[in-house]
Structures are given as C-alpha cells and as structure tokens.
Design a protein around this ligand. Structure first.
Ligand SMILES: [Zn+2]
Length: 173
C-alpha cells in the first residue's frame, strides 16, 4: 500500500468520530463495545466495505491485520479474529484500530504522499497515530469511564491493562 498522510486530526476530532459510530448503531452507552459485530454491520452504512479472515501464515508474523483503504477491505488473521470473538483485549484493539483506518479515510479522504523527504510527517496527520487514538477512544470511551479504576476498565471495556492505562490518562482531556 502506498504511504499516505491524513488531514490533521486532534484527539477531540477522533473522539467525535467514535461517538458518531456509536450513535449510528445505538451504542452510546455500551461499555463493552462489540467490535466483531460492527465488522459485520459496517456495510449497512458503507456498501462497498468488506472484511476477510485469512490463515495466520498469509500475513507476516508481526502483522495482525491491515486495511486496504482503496479496496475498502479489512484483512484479519484468523487467530486475531478468534481472539477478538473470545474477548481478548489486544485482539479487540487490533480490530478497532483497523476500523479506525477505514472510517478515518471515509471521513477525511486520502492524502497520498510519495515523497516523505520534503516534509516530516506530523503526529496528528500520521494514519497510525490516528488509528491508535481511534481504537482507544472507541473501546475506552471517555464519557463512560471517567472516575473508573483501571481494573474496572479492563474488565468492563474488554481491553488490555496497557490500553486501559493509556486511555485513562487521556479521559480528562
Ligand atoms: Zn495501522
């Protein structure tokens, strides 16, 4: 996939986008966000969207999933999909990250950048930063977790301890 930057986007913008997704499916109050179910339902709003589960050996070891934004398909390793179905926090986060890539491109379009030497990429336009931010905001929503302890967040939101810690540090902002 070609490298691309995206329209600069703040955490606040991204939080708003995750709320729009929650509202679209009536999930504003859902602490345990059903990422796998949403994969199945996204096509109701984006008819060209699809996802594909592939055998683990089809992707490199350190690549759990990827989003082909041009063809509107999310490709997920079987073990990651199964893990997410079984509630494994890291795998749920991976799928939320890919949904983030997809929706951020739908919301803001692509800015293909072929020559990165001309200008360094800023954090807020880095698609990876944006997708990570989206995943954290989607699975650990500020409006539901404020005041909650880390163990409650891990259990109720279905995320890893690392993700819960990072996200709890952002909810005040
Ligand atoms: Zn990514």
């Amino acid at each position: 996939m070609p490298q691309y930057t995206q329209k600069p986007c703040s955490r606040k913008d991204i939080r708003h986008l995750t709320m729009q997704l929650r509202e679209a499916f009536g999930l504003e109050r859902a602490l345990h966000f059903p990422v796998v179910l949403i994969l199945d339902l996204l096509h109701t709003y984006f008819p060209r969207f699809s996802y594909r589960i592939v055998e683990d050996r089809e992707l490199p070891k350190d690549n759990h999933a990827y989003t082909d934004v041009l063809n509107q398909v999310i490709v997920i390793k079987e073990s990651v999909y199964d893990g997410a179905c079984n509630g494994k926090g890291r795998d749920r986060m991976t799928i939320a990250h890919e949904i983030g890539h997809y929706l951020l491109v739908r919301a803001h379009g692509l800015q293909l950048q072929r020559d990165f030497s001309k200008r360094p990429m800023q954090t807020y336009e880095d698609p990876e930063w944006q997708a990570d931010c989206f995943a954290g905001e989607l699975l650990v929503p500020a409006h539901l977790v404020r005041g909650m302890g880390i163990d409650d967040v891990i259990k109720k939101c279905g995320v890893s301890r690392d993700a819960a810690r990072v996200q709890l540090s952002k909810v005040g902002r």
